[in-house]
Design a protein around this ligand. Sequence first.
Ligand SMILES: NC(=O)C1=CN([C@@H]2O[C@H](COP(=O)(O)OP(=O)(O)OC[C@H]3O[C@@H](n4cnc5c(N)ncnc54)[C@H](O)[C@@H]3O)[C@@H](O)[C@H]2O)[C@@H](O)CC1
Ligand SMILES: Nc1ncnc2c1ncn2[C@@H]1O[C@H](COP(=O)(O)OP(=O)(O)O)[C@@H](O)[C@H]1O
Ligand SMILES: [K+]
Length: 503
Amino acid sequence: MKLLSAAQTRALDQATIQAQHITSADLMERAAGAVTNWLLDELLLDYDTEIQVCCGPGNNGGDGLVVARQLHRAGYPVQLWLLPAARHSTDFTHQKQQLPTGLAVRQIAPDNLPTITAGTVVVDALFGTGLSRPLEGLAAALVRHLNDSDATVVAVDIPSGLYADATQPADSAVMRATYTLSFELPKLAFLLPQNASFVGDWRLLPIGLDAQAIQNMACAIHFVTADELRGRLPKRPKFSHKGTFGHALLLAGSKGKIGAAVLATQACLRAGVGLMTTRVPAVGYDILQISAPEAMCLADPATDFLTELPDLTPYAAVGIGPGLGQHDDTRAVLRQLLETAQVPLIIDADALNLLGAQPELQQLLPPDSLLTPHPKEFERLVGEPARDDYHRLDQLRNFAGRTGCYCVLKGAYTALAAPDGALYFNSTGNPGMASGGSGDVLTGLLLALRAHQGISPLAAALVGLHAHGRAADLALPHTGHAGLLASDIVRFIGPALEELMDE
Ligand SMILES: NC(=O)C1=CN([C@@H]2O[C@H](COP(=O)(O)OP(=O)(O)OC[C@H]3O[C@@H](n4cnc5c(N)ncnc54)[C@H](O)[C@@H]3O)[C@@H](O)[C@H]2O)[C@@H](O)CC1
Ligand SMILES: Nc1ncnc2c1ncn2[C@@H]1O[C@H](COP(=O)(O)OP(=O)(O)O)[C@@H](O)[C@H]1O
Ligand SMILES: [K+]
């Protein structure tokens, strides 16, 4: 799915109106109808629920007017509140004229704000994608009043006061929605941690926006759904053999962190690699052989950390990082790997920290390598804290462009920047994954996909990120959030990948 800018969203509305020979009022009726249906079918409004619909002066307010009319006609006790404004949009004015006489219109004023009681549902239709400056005055006072209440707030399209694709000034008033109902496509703002308390639980409501127009829109930012990935993982041919799926090498582990090497190895095996060799310091040899008997193990001459790079000839892809430690001798192994590798590299954890500590090593990164930092590792990598989540995404895209590598930024809605500047957000996963070892599993999974010759670097990264989160989602009913361990993610990698496999 494309994540369109506010300007593109407006253009899409216009394109839909033209392509489908409808009026803007028709489209508004559809959009508001989708909101009304959601309130009735999903929020399960009952006839006793007090509903306060708050409308601004533009088309977002117009949506609110239609919702209020529809709920009123269906017999629900709606109170309609209008924000005074010098100008109103044409569609707002049109919809206001369609209000039934029995529906009282209340003007919002400093001394006349909606009264919120236990169970009140507020429909926030103050401002949508037309927001052009921070809220102030009465609009800001109303938002603060509602934020201080216990109301269940349902934001139409986007919480009022929130910019769709930029950071609003600090301390500006933004509605803290319980639910946000976005039309057809999500907005970039929904995917960023800094906005979590405003956006709440967001849902997409289809309103028949023109598919051809969406397809034609130039957009480098994507929210990746399962539908878009289905078929990207080739089916295993009937006469395939272990050589068909590549031989992966993992360089991982140090004393006390052999578990990271084990988890990444198990994940790589479960992701369908043909052959797997893991290089660990000698202290990890027995542990790895026992916990991952399907993998071969190459022990380093040193006991506690890696000091030598093995011959890379047999391998189709190399992963480095989980549990590695940052010893000087291990850094020399990383340098030698970067200088000599002729195959795809996956770089994670301490290998990233080593790259951050010695930025000159970053010049050696072979193009198309895949790096998997979490935000702290990413900050070390680029050597500069981000001002906010948008700035961090800019840094991510710049890093990918500068190095010619694919770079991940892990978290909820993990982002992936491609060397061509495109940005992809993953849609799977859950907060149960926020515990040690989850990232090691991702490294192993991605390593298997990069060792596979039939998958492009981009598809490997997107499929890997999706399957990692999906595996955790499949594990969740068996474990609960608190009980979800990295090894549970490993167990469900197979089923998660199967869902994306070619028919
Ligand atoms: N026919 C259409 O074009 C459709 C539009 N839709 C709705 O239309 C919305 C966008 O409507 P609009 O473009 O009219 O924009 P908005 O309704 O978000 O608001 C725009 C109006 O608010 C004013 N304004 C902006 N920021 C302000 C601020 N901080 N303080 C005070 N006034 C401010 C603007 O000058 C303008 O008059 C979408 O979010 C969606 O809810 C949906 O109905 C789908 C169909
Ligand atoms: N709240 C969350 N929602 C979805 N995914 C999450 C969440 N928290 C963590 N994850 C995922 O779990 C993994 C954690 O990786 P990382 O921070 O490297 O942990 P580790 O220390 O276990 O290696 C990442 O893939 C991240 O996207
Ligand atoms: K809104």
